[in-house]
Design a protein around this ligand. Structure first.
Ligand SMILES: O=C(O)CCC(=O)C(=O)O
Ligand SMILES: [Mn+2]
Length: 200
């Protein structure tokens, strides 16, 4: 049983809902500690302007065998679900009301780690993908802007034990980022659950 408040964000051409606390705080503490420890973190290189750069965070990709996924210009075979991640997925699926076959784990070690502007609009996610994004650990700011515009239109704080669900046309019209910050911030994990409809 999970009792949480759901806050809907009212942005045009978007469907966003922030659930918190999700899961309960004690479970969130446990998941955070165990995931930090158990995950074989990697720092892939991305190609930018003909040069290789390490992505500014650590990542891991888990999923069903068919859920190969492209990010940072590379195709990634999923690691097999651990018992813990399978348990978290089951809870997320129950809340989101949709099957999900893969999860990208991001580890932001400090304020220097970040994720640049993007939409989760890869072809293999199909149109109108549901993305369920679980935050654990340090609070970070999550910014939204309309595609083709520079100005941040909305920001929210993603706290320890919160689930942001993005649906409908959100990824067609909006981009999001987790910017670097000079404010001190604790290590943070984010798990974005996805449904890969056609493998990369
Ligand atoms: O860390 C976050 O909250 C965002 C992660 C994200 O946008 C992604 O994995 O696509
Ligand atoms: Mn994203």
């Amino acid at each position: 049983m999970n009792l949480f408040a759901a806050t809907e964000l009212h942005l045009p051409n978007a469907e966003l809902e922030l659930l918190a606390p999700w899961p309960d705080p004690l479970t969130a503490d446990l998941w955070f500690r165990q995931l930090l420890e158990q995950t074989p973190w990697q720092q892939p290189q991305v190609q930018l302007y003909g040069r290789q750069f390490p992505v500014p965070r650590l990542v891991a990709w888990y999923g069903d065998a068919e859920a190969s996924y492209r990010y940072s210009g590379l195709t990634h075979q999923p690691l097999a679900w651990t018992p813990l991640l399978a348990q978290i997925r089951a809870r997320v699926v129950e809340t989101a009301g949709q099957a999900l076959n893969g999860v990208l784990l991001n580890y932001y070690r400090d304020g220097d780690d970040s994720m640049g502007w993007h939409s989760d609009d890869e072809a293999e996610l199909g149109s109108n993908p549901l993305i369920a994004s679980l935050s654990l650990g340090g609070t970070r700011r999550f910014d939204l802007r309309r595609k083709g515009q520079g100005r941040i239109e909305h920001s929210l704080w993603l706290e320890h034990g919160s689930l942001l669900v993005m649906r409908g046309p959100t990824q067609h019209h909006w981009q999001h980022q987790v910017a670097k910050t000079r404010s001190p911030c604790a290590p943070r994990l984010n798990l974005t659950f996805r449904l890969i409809r056609s493998p990369a």
